[in-house]
Design a protein around this ligand. Sequence first.
Ligand SMILES: [Zn+2]
Length: 322
Amino acid sequence: MAEQEPQQSVPLALPLPWQESLWQTFISRLDQNRLPHAMMLTGATGIGVERIAAALAQRLLCTAELSKYACGSCKGCQLIMAGNHPDLSTLEPAEEGKAILIDQVRDLMARLSKTAQQGGWKVALISPAETMNINASNALLKSLEEPQGKTLLILLSYRPSLVSATIRSRCQVQSLPLPDQAQASRWLAEVSGDAQLAEQTLDIAGGRPLLALDYMQGDSLQQRQAFEGTVEQVRRGDLSPVDAAQQCHRQNSDQLLDWFMNYLHRLATGELQNSPNPALFDFSDKLRTARSWVLSGSNINPQLLWEELFMDWLQVFRRRGG
Ligand SMILES: [Zn+2]
């Protein structure tokens, strides 16, 4: 292989079928010169928030006129596809699970304060916005207060409540709902080529089609089933909380907690629908709290976290005598 890593080539992004009407809104705002200086796109992971954000950024930098999507052949598009458009900046944590830091925001602001090199828009994608720590948020606030012409900041957030309220108030917030199930199912069947599995997997993925596609293409569906197996073994008393924690503590806690919450939801709306268990709701609060600890980057011992959770999980059923 070459010694120097080549620039990664970037495919042009098209909005997903369930984003079509939002896309029309964006394009008409662009055509009427009514785009804000900063917008925040919010929604669940796995529904394509980042897809429509990328499509919009690319459309702004495309120099072809009257094109609904980025054209793919102009200079702007060529630069995007080569992964080095000088007027497109992306701000994200240096490492997964880490925060976006103030220096990164300052670098971005320095870039945005210069004239656009290609003479058009300057666009910055900040993702996920909730990972900006407090200093980074404050630094960004400055640039939101002094907007410049033809500059768009697109903040993406999967947990907008964790983004500072002042930042949110400076952005045009657009929340993306879960896609219509039939539409999502059709899309997934088409992309995966397996209509039957598509429907099942979409259900497991809580209606989030890109997550479902991940499951179908990777081994995470198996991992998830293995995790749910562990959860059920603890519930039946076939596996001790300590042993269960041993199986989980090296995995991505955020991911496992997400699966656990989804599992609870299915349990509460399925198997336990007619015998509601109040302890289940308390437990679901505990999962949420655990998840906010994990997301806040606190220094938690995952083995202890999982031991405690599995002990509580066991109690949910013990309290009822089985
Ligand atoms: Zn173009």
